[in-house]
Design a protein around this ligand. Structure first.
Ligand SMILES: Nc1ncnc2c1ncn2[C@@H]1O[C@H](COP(=O)(O)OP(=O)(O)OP(=O)(O)O)[C@@H](O)[C@H]1O
Ligand SMILES: [Mg+2]
Length: 368
């Protein structure tokens, strides 16, 4: 039989937040998850009125259940947490309970954090959009590549055979521009590839080091302090080295480019790469298998992403840079998704940008 003390431990261990409120609307108990969701400690929350602990939206619902004794369930309620910039989306259930004599004695509030679920749904719809775009783009790219090869060949012939310097220059222009278009078409075709991940055991930190070393040679890195905060406990992952290198390369280049464009030349330019094993943040949708994950964060001290463009940045061809193609993040998103991972960009204007890649922790050992 579970004792009352054990029961408190059990409630504390639940993945749902639980808050017990007495008939007068005063918070009596909160478990660990409720404290996390509401951004309060149990000590600070206890014996305080619901309005102070739960915020006006939730408190109003609790008061209504206290008044009429009718429970309620809501699938999506936004909770603005103290000290946290972004609101959290939660599912809540409020149920009245009675004392042994049948008198209304208070309510129990159950809160479930739906943010990860919402994030996964948003990522899934974005994936769908990019996949449809990718198919069309790859089809067009394929059709254009063939004649382009012919045009380049003709340019080469003229460049080789002609003695007229102006003709030679024009032919070289044809070759150069054909190569540029061809590279762009290769990028398009990537977005159309459904399966292209060749998974092998890879060392994540070595991939990151290679990407950083490559970018270190670029003048864009001048004056940028690069910090590597690696979690040494990360084992070798089963992943595609080249595809992941492309993902991190695109993220690092964006960070360097945005920092270089920052108006404030005196501001510190820092790029921090952090890695971490996340056992508590499994990557799965619904009832899918829960595998622990590994995250790589690329944090820059650039200008940040304005709110107005935030939901467009992974859309193919969206760019705010004059020389950008707008394919960097779309391609990064494509390959992260192909690895069954997630790419999230967080930013507060003026405080830099954080790009987080979360990958399932598949290792040669964990996968038969
Ligand atoms: N670290 C960042 N800080 C601020 N804005 C960013 C950052 N990363 C991306 N962005 C914004 O997202 C847009 C799209 O990025 P994306 O990498 O897809 O394309 P691009 O960098 O403009 O061009 P390309 O990568 O194809 O050369 C950028 O133009 C920029 O406005
Ligand atoms: Mg880019």
């Amino acid at each position: 039989m579970v004792s009352v003390r054990d029961l408190a431990n059990v409630i504390d261990a639940l993945h749902s937040g639980v808050v017990v409120i007495d008939a007068g609307g005063t918070v009596r108990e909160m478990n660990g998850e409720a404290c996390r969701i509401l951004g309060s400690s149990a000590e600070a929350g206890r014996r305080r009125p619901v309005e102070e602990v739960l915020g006006p939206l939730l408190a109003k619902r609790v008061r209504s259940t206290l008044a009429d004794g009718r429970g309620l369930v809501e699938n999506e309620i936004r909770i603005q947490r103290r000290h946290a910039p972004a609101a959290l989306v939660a599912e809540v259930a409020i149920a009245p309970f009675r004392d042994p004599d049948g008198r209304a004695d208070g309510v129990v509030l159950e809160i479930r954090d739906r943010s990860i679920h919402q994030e996964l749904i948003a990522a899934e719809s974005q994936r769908h959009r990019i996949r449809s775009f990718g198919r069309i783009a790859a089809g067009i790219a394929h059709e254009v590549k063939n004649p382009l090869g012919g045009i380049r060949g003709a340019g080469e012939l003229v460049a080789k055979r002609s003695d007229d310097p102006r003709m030679k220059k024009a032919a070289e222009l044809v070759i150069r521009e054909s190569d540029r278009i061809s590279a762009l078409l290769d990028d398009f075709m990537v977005l159309g590839e459904e399966q292209g991940v060749r998974a092998r055991a890879v060392n994540l930190h070595r991939i990151l080091d290679d990407v950083l070393d490559l970018n270190d040679l670029d003048p864009l890195s001048d004056g940028v302090e690069i910090r590597r905060l690696y979690d040494p406990s990360i084992p070798e992952l089963l992943a595609d080295r080249d595809r992941l290198a492309q993902v991190f390369h695109n993220l690092v280049r964006n960070a360097l480019q945005c920092m270089a464009e920052r108006d404030d030349a005196a501001a510190e330019k820092a790029l921090e790469i952090r890695t971490r094993v996340d056992l508590d943040h499994p990557l799965s949708i619904g009832d899918g298998p829960r595998v622990p994950s590994v995250s790589v964060e690329v944090q820059d001290s650039g200008p940040g992403i304005p709110e107005s463009v935030r939901d467009k940045i992974t859309v193919p061809f969206f760019t705010t840079r004059t020389t950008g193609t707008g394919l960097g993040l779309a391609i990064a998103q494509h390959w992260v998704t192909a690895h069954r991972g997630r790419l999230v960009l967080e930013s507060e204007p003026g405080h830099g940008t954080l790009a987080r890649v979360t990958l399932p922790l598949h290792t040669a050992r964990s996968t038969p």
